[in-house]
Ligand binder design. Structure first.
Ligand code: SAM
Length: 259
């Protein structure tokens, strides 16, 4: 018996309404797939077409097919449309339980560390923050910390992160409370990154899209590091910079240590 038979569309929609305000919206098949792979708790998942989504899982993600089969409740697409801001082309959405702040802070503060923490100092662009979380998850970074007012669990950030908030520890913090470890702050005026090895316990800090690193973060930095850039180019995009720095860190390690 699948979930549609067991729960029924009315009960599933009621459960959705009860949980929506306090849960993380997983928008579309790929976000749900990633969240399930990284052990997110998903109390409700709805789709306009179970058979189509399960066929997609057979093709692209057989590892989560059984979990999806057990979870997905089919509801008419117009009912689903009324529950989400914009229905994903896969006509599938789920709600996940946000990991506890205490658990994330514990993961971020634990030493020794096997992979860096990424810090975004007062980021402004929600899409950039999502892209950075996706990069951090891909490289197996310990976590992503934001300072300032942007909420790293904002639905737009979660959408940009493709469900990978569950694969790394994501929290907002003050600079004074940043995780331990040497702070390598990325700035176009710093020492060329190619001349140094980034340690596994590094805190890699990046400035805001508008104004770069704050005075407080600069004060906290142990090293200022630059990415190679031709003269007359002012700066790279924030998420691109994080990608290059994480790649540089990973290039100093033997292959296969991502997991
Ligand atoms: C769009 S840039 C910020 C540009 C900003 N106008 C400034 O004055 O720094 C966002 C962040 O990406 C990183 N970044 C961009 N280009 C970089 C480079 N060539 N070297 C090191 N970091 C860079 C820095 O951390 C920077 O604060």
């Amino acid at each position: 018996m699948n979930r549609t038979d067991a729960v029924g569309p009315d009960a599933a929609v009621r459960a959705w309404r009860a949980l929506a305000d306090t849960s993380v919206l997983l928008d579309g098949f790929h976000a749900i797939k990633h969240a399930l792979r990284f052990d997110a708790r998903v109390p409700v998942a709805l789709t306009g077409d179970r058979a189509e989504v399960l066929a997609l899982a057979d093709e692209l993600a057989p590892d989560v097919r059984d979990a999806l089969d057990a979870l997905l409740v089919e509801v008419p697409e117009e009912r689903l449309r009324a529950l989400v801001p914009r229905l994903h082309p896969t006509a599938t959405a789920a709600l996940a339980v946000r990991p506890s702040r205490a658990a994330n802070l514990d993961a971020l503060g634990r030493m020794p560390r096997t992979a860096p923490v990424v810090v975004l100092d007062d980021p402004r662009n929600l899409g950039n923050a999502g892209a950075v979380i996706r990069l951090a998850a891909g490289f197996g970074a310990t976590g992503v910390v934001t300072t300032g007012t942007l909420d790293p669990w904002h639905p737009t950030v979660v959408r940009g992160g493709a469900g990978l908030h569950f694969a790394t520890a994501v929290e907002r913090m003050d600079i004074a409370g940043l995780p331990p470890g040497p702070v390598f702050a990325l700035d176009a005026e710093g020492d060329d990154i190619r001349g140094l090895k980034l340690p596994d316990d590094a805190v890699l800090a990046f400035g805001s899209e508008r104004s770069g690193l704050s005075a407080e973060l600069r004060e906290r930095a142990d090293h200022l590091v630059s990415l190679p850039m031709r003269p007359q180019v002012s700066s790279y995009n924030l998420a691109t910079s994080v990608g290059m720095a994480l790649f540089h860190w990973s290039a100093g390690r033997p292959p296969g240590l991502e997991t």
